[in-house]
Design a protein around this ligand. Structure first.
Ligand code: H79
Length: 595
C-alpha cells in the first residue's frame, strides 16, 4: 500500500472503487419545482434551497418516494457487478430527511413516505451478503429542516433587511445563503442532539465502515467550532475505532492523532500528482448527485476507468455516484456504465484492487498509466490506446524485468529489455476494451527515470517543443486554441540559441531525423544543425512553408547513425550566425532504428 497510515485504512486503500448513492427528494420532483428546473446549478439535490421550495411542498414530494426491499438489494448488486467494493449511502442530505427510522427526529422517510421497512438495515444486509462495505454520507453541518442546523436562510432567517448586508452575492448568485439569527448555542444544541445523536444511532444500528461528512469549506470559514468537530470524531472513535472518517468532517489533518482517516478532494476533481495519505475523488455519472430529468450529460466508462487508474496511480480512490429515481431505480445510463466498468475490471483480473502509486509519469509513456503492487513488485501497465503493432514500449524503467503477463488470460508475453526501455510483445488487437492490463514482474522495488524521453507507440522518438529545455529560443503558443500542440519554439535570432532534449536510444543504428516547422520566404535558406554530441550531427537549410508563420510541415533532414544504445542529448541550433528567425519549430522526430 502507498501510505503509512494506521491499519484502519487498509481495506479502503485496497478497495479503490466505491459507489455513492444520493437518493434525494428531488427525484420525486424529477429535479424541478412547479415546472422550473433547479436554479443556477446542476445539483438537483439543492432544489429546495435554490428554488426556495417551501417546506410543505417538499414534504408532499417526500410522500411520492416509494421503494421495495428488492430495489435496495439491486443497488448492492449493481455495485458488485461494477467491481465496486463499498457503498456510500446518503443517510441524511442537507434537507435533513433521515433515510432510516430515526428515534431522534420525526423527519424520516419512514414517517413521511410511509415506507414500512428499514432501508439502511436492508442495505446493510445486502452489502454484507456481497462482501461490500456499507458506508454512510451524513450531512452534519447543513440541515434545512432543523432550525438549529446550518443553511436554511429562506425559512428561518429574520425579516431584518440587515441580514442581506455584506451577503448580497451570497444569496443571489449561486450562493449558499447565510443564517443571520442562528446563535452558537442553538447550533451547539442541534449538533449534540441531532447531528451527533444521529451519527451515534447510525453507528449503533448499522455499524458503518465509514462516515462521509460533507463540509466543503475550511472549518474556519464555517460556523462549526473545532471543539464540535473534535467531539464528533472522538465519539466515532470511541464507538468503533475501525470506522473511517473523511476530511469533510471539517478536519484537514490526516492519519495522525486527532486527525481523520482520509482526504476527500473536490467534487468531480481528479488530482494530478501523488498524495501521500489515503484520499478519494467523488464523481457523478452525470452532473447532479440527486436524480434530475434536466441533467442528461452522462459521462462514459472511458472517463471513469481512466480516472480510476489515474487516481490509483496517485494513491487514491474513486467513488462514483448515481441518484436513484423516485421509485429507487438507478438511471439506465448509470447502470450500463457500471456494467461496462465492471466488465473491464473483471476481464483484466488484476491491476486495480490492492494497487497503488506508481512513480512512472503519465507523460513519459505513450500508451497509458501504470499502477503498482508494491508488495509483489509487480508493475501494471494500463493500456488505453493499444499500439497498432502490438508492441508496448515502456520508457524509463530502471529495474530489471523478470516476466510479462497479459492479465486477462494470464499468458506470458515475450519481452526485451534494452537499457531503460522495455519492448513487450502483445497481440495485434486490444484484448480488453477501455483498458487492457499487462503485468510486469520486477526484480526489486521499481525505479524509474521520468526525465529522459523514450519511444512513442509504433517506435521512434517524438521530441515535442513543450518537452524541450530552451531559454533561447522561447516556447510560444502556435495559434489560439492550440491544445494537442502546446507550443512551438521561436526566437532563434541569437547565435547561442539552442533547444535540447534528453533521450534514451534503445538500439544502435541509423535513424531518420525529421523536423516539423513553419518558415517564411524571408527566413528560408538559413542553416541549422541537429546534433547528438560527439560529431554526431545532421545539417540542413530551412525551407519555406508559407508566407506567414501558420503552416507547419514535416521536413526530413537526414540520417543520424547512433553508434550504441544509451542516453543522448539532442540539440537543435542555428548553423552559423543569424540575426533572423530560423523557423517556428513544433517537433523533432527520430525514426525507428533502420535495418
Ligand atoms: O452531496 C453532494 C452535494 O450536494 C454536496 N456534496 C456532494 C457530495 C455539495 N453541496 N455543495 N457543495 C457540494 C459545494 C457547493 C456549493 C455551492 Fe452551490 C455553491 C452551494 C451554493 C453554491 C452548487 C451550486 C450548489 C448550489 C449551487
Amino acid at each position: 500500500m502507498n501510505s503509512d497510515t494506521t491499519s484502519r485504512t487498509l481495506w479502503f486503500e485496497d478497495a479503490r472503487l466505491g459507489l455513492f448513492i444520493h437518493w434525494n427528494v428531488c427525484a420525486a420532483l424529477e429535479g424541478r419545482f412547479d415546472g422550473e428546473p433547479v436554479r443556477q446549478t446542476e445539483y438537483g439535490e439543492w432544489l429546495r434551497a435554490r428554488n426556495r421550495v417551501p417546506r410543505e411542498n417538499w414534504d408532499r414530494a417526500i410522500a411520492k418516494l416509494h421503494i421495495t426491499p428488492e430495489i435496495v438489494d439491486s443497488w448492492a448488486e449493481a455495485a458488485l457487478d461494477a467491481g465496486m467494493k463499498y457503498v456510500i449511502f446518503v443517510s441524511k442530505h442537507h434537507d435533513g430527511l433521515a433515510f432510516w427510522p430515526s428515534r431522534l427526529s420525526d423527519y424520516t422517510l419512514n414517517n413521511l413516505a410511509g415506507v414500512d421497512f428499514d432501508i439502511c438495515e436492508r442495505l446493510k444486509q445486502a452489502c454484507d451478503d456481497r462482501g461490500l462495505k456499507l458506508c454512510f454520507y451524513y450531512s452534519h453541518w447543513h440541515d434545512w429542516e432543523d432550525p438549529g442546523g446550518w443553511g436554511n436562510f429562506w425559512d428561518f432567517n429574520s425579516d431584518d433587511p440587515a441580514q442581506f448586508e455584506g451577503y448580497e452575492n451570497f444569496f443571489f448568485y449561486g450562493g449558499e445563503g447565510h443564517r443571520d439569527n442562528l446563535t452558537p448555542e442553538q447550533f451547539d444544541e442541534y449538533w449534540h442532539r441531532k447531528s451527533m445523536g444521529q451519527v451515534r444511532e447510525l453507528m449503533e444500528r448499522y455499524q458503518p465502515a465509514l462516515f462521509w461528512f460533507d463540509c466543503w469549506r475550511r472549518r474556519e470559514d464555517t460556523n462549526m467550532t473545532q471543539t464540535q468537530v473534535d467531539e464528533m470524531l472522538a465519539m466515532i472513535r470511541e464507538i468503533d475505532p475501525t470506522c473511517l472518517v473523511n476530511s469533510r468532517l471539517g478536519i484537514s489533518k490526516i492519519g495522525s492523532e486527532g486527525g481523520v482517516d482520509y482526504e476527500t478532494v473536490g467534487d468531480n476533481e481528479f488530482p494530478d500528482q501523488w498524495i501521500g495519505h489515503p484520499w478519494e475523488s467523488a464523481a457523478t455519472f452525470a452532473l447532479s448527485w440527486g436524480y434530475s430529468r434536466d441533467d442528461q450529460r452522462w459521462r462514459t466508462a472511458t472517463y471513469f476507468i481512466r480516472n480510476l487508474v489515474r487516481n490509483i496511480s496517485f494513491g487514491g480512490n474513486l467513488a462514483i455516484n448515481f441518484g436513484p429515481m423516485a421509485d429507487g431505480r438507478a438511471p439506465q445510463e448509470a447502470l450500463v456504465c457500471m456494467q461496462q466498468i465492471g466488465q473491464c475490471l473483471r476481464e483484466n483480473r488484476e491491476g486495480f484492487y490492492g494497487c497503488g502509486h506508481s512513480p512512472m509519469d503519465e507523460e513519459s509513456q505513450d500508451w497509458g498509466i501504470a499502477t503498482l503492487d508494491q508488495v509483489q513488485n509487480r508493475l501494471y501497465l494500463h493500456l488505453f490506446d493499444w499500439p497498432v503493432d502490438g508492441v508496448v514500449r515502456v520508457n524509463g524503467l530502471l529495474t530489471p524485468v523478470t516476466g510479462a503477463t497479459l492479465c486477462c488470460d494470464g499468458s506470458a508475453l515475450s519481452f526485451e529489455q534494452m537499457g531503460q526501455t522495455v519492448h513487450v510483445s502483445g497481440p495485434k488487437s486490444m484484448p480488453v476494451a477501455y483498458d487492457t492490463v499487462i503485468g510486469l514482474d520486477l526484480a526489486g522495488p521499481v525505479e524509474v527515470d521520468n526525465q529522459t524521453l523514450g519511444e512513442i507507440n509504433g517506435g521512434g522518438l517524438a521530441l515535442q517543443a513543450h518537452r524541450a529545455s530552451a531559454g533561447k529560443p522561447r516556447k510560444e503558443k502556435p495559434y489560439e486554441g492550440a491544445t494537442k500542440l502546446p507550443c512551438q519554439l521561436g526566437g532563434w535570432e541569437a547565435e547561442d540559441a539552442e533547444a535540447t532534449w534528453n533521450v534514451f536510444i534503445p538500439e544502435a543504428g541509423a535513424r531518420e531525423v525529421t523536423l516539423c516547422y513553419a518558415c517564411t520566404k524571408d527566413c528560408a535558406g538559413q542553416g541549422f544543425m541537429v546534433s547528438a554530441g560527439d560529431g554526431l550531427e545532421v545539417r540542413g537549410l530551412t525551407q519555406m512553408t508559407q508566407l506567414n508563420w501558420s503552416e507547419f510541415r514535416p521536413i526530413k533532414v537526414g540520417r543520424m547513425e547512433f553508434p550504441q544504445p544509451g542516453k543522448y542529448t539532442i540539440t537543435v541550433r542555428p548553423d552559423g550566425p543569424s540575426n533572423r528567425e530560423l523557423f517556428k519549430l513544433l517537433w523533432v522526430h527520430l525514426g525507428d532504428a533502420l535495418g
